[in-house]
Design a protein around this ligand. Sequence first.
Ligand SMILES: Nc1ncnc2c1ncn2[C@@H]1O[C@H](COP(=O)(O)OP(=O)(O)OP(=O)(O)O)[C@@H](O)[C@H]1O
Length: 267
Amino acid sequence: MSLAFDESAAPILEVREVAVHFSGLIAIASMSFAVPEGEIVSLIGPNGAGKTTAFNVITGFLKPTGGKVLFRGTDLTRLSSNRIAGLGVVRTFQRTSIFAGCTVFDNVLTGMHRQGRAETWGALLRLASVRAETERMRAAVAEILAFVGLSHRADELAGNLAYGEQRLLGIAIALAADPKLLLLDEPAAGLNPSETEAFMGVVQRIRDRGVTILLVEHDMRMVMTISDRVVVLNHGRIIAEGPPEVIRANPDVIQAYLGQGVKHAKG
Ligand SMILES: Nc1ncnc2c1ncn2[C@@H]1O[C@H](COP(=O)(O)OP(=O)(O)OP(=O)(O)O)[C@@H](O)[C@H]1O
């Protein structure tokens, strides 16, 4: 893990002066930050700071009141969430959306044509070599399941998985959509310490495979261990930005958030 921020790395994502107002309430006042390609960047802050709102803007679920979001130079704020997913900006949700009545394998297979991949799927079905293509996709699903450590559960109904396994399945479904930038919304919520540990390893390995990660997470140990860079939001404004060891020592951050968070993480 590279703890130092490489200023020369090209940003895959640039959030420029994004503002979000909800009829009088300012959820995000003005937010600008960049996510360098190939890094894990965490967006942290107290409850209500604007983290989920920022995710919703980046993924096209919410149009900002002002500002832009550039993904490899393309302005995402003009595009539908489906188009954005099709470009490779893929998110997971706080509540994992799985098909409980389908097998783990089929859930991941479905992930290949969810999230904006419908056109590709349709085109594939028209190919004469559908069978070869199906085999290729099944091999890809098997590879993803092995990657997240769920191969042994492939034929199980997703609804029968333990909670921690369902979170891993959520990640596997997102990986099936071939993300370039993966947004993880509180992936460790509700996990026990050993599950969190395993999850941290998975997230780092996803980064090591070349997928850039933007993480919203309350578990400070996870954030401080795996992030290359941390962006701190408070009341809709960025109050600090930098590598974990700098953020950890920033008095404004400690005041706003970390004091409580670190205590919580250690307790
Ligand atoms: N659709 C909405 N309509 C009105 N206000 C909203 C809406 N969505 C969010 N807000 C408000 O915007 C602010 C930011 O909320 P947001 O959910 O982005 O915070 P957060 O940092 O993700 O919090 P948490 O850590 O609790 O998930 C809050 O004051 C929230 O109540």
